[in-house]
Design a protein around this ligand. Sequence first.
Ligand code: MF3
Ligand code: CO
Length: 291
Amino acid sequence: MIRKLGRNDLCWCGSGKKYKQCHEEFDHRIELIRKQGHSVPDHSMIKTPEQIEKIRESAKVNIEVLDTVADKICIGMSTEDIDRIVYEVTTRHGAIPAPLNYEGFPKSVCTSINDAVCHGIPSEEEILQDGDIINVDASTILNGYFSDSSRMFLIGNVSEENKKLVEVVRESVYLGLEQVKPWGFLGDMGQAVNDHVKAHGYSVVREIGGHGVGIEFHEEPWVGYTTKRGTDMLLVPGMMFTIEPMVNMGRPEIFVDEENDWTVYTEDGSMSAQWEIQVLVTEDGHEIISY
Ligand code: MF3
Ligand code: CO
């Protein structure tokens, strides 16, 4: 039998406080918004302060991984070399690279060059060339908690056109971030991202998005960039998710490499860029957890 939580029962959040002194009003507020027809988060999407602290620790490793890649990446290096750096830094901290063996993924990090949109597999044969743009997407498990972020790197002399793509996508992520606040909507973020990339004539990939993260690698909600302001899921404090738009210089369509069943490319062969940050919704706005 499931009994409704009484006002004097302990709160579901694990604070040890009575429900009426903790999340009761919060739940009522969410319920009102749900009744207005909005999609709202359930309790499983709300992290406790203890969980958030553990996830921050994981993110510290993830950030150090990408900082180390940033220091070392250069022309002539193979993407396998990047994989080795990621594995070494991650395991040195007693952490596990989340991509390794994830649904059969064979390496510790995703490396996606030029028209590769995401999920590129590091290889000894793939050598960074002058003018390449590359996304390095790192994810870490520390003590069972997940962090996930990615950055773009410019290799040697990159054309102005390609530099612009990389810069605009980064801007779009931070414009989206500005919209992340409690009692706002995921669509506020999505529209800010999409408006910015569209204004530059680029297109955002529709099939692959961000995701809740922290307790699992990929949690609810799914985070797209084609929803409008005031729509999509309600945001409340304690939610954590990634903002990670993949943006193509040309058409938005993509395909998956049949050889490895992983790497995603732009259908028209145009360049693609992506930045990913992991974000927490706080009481008064947001906090970047990993970048
Ligand atoms: N890091 C990617 C993300 O942002 C997921 C990569 S899954 C992998 O969700 F298996 F390809 F690593
Ligand atoms: Co992600």
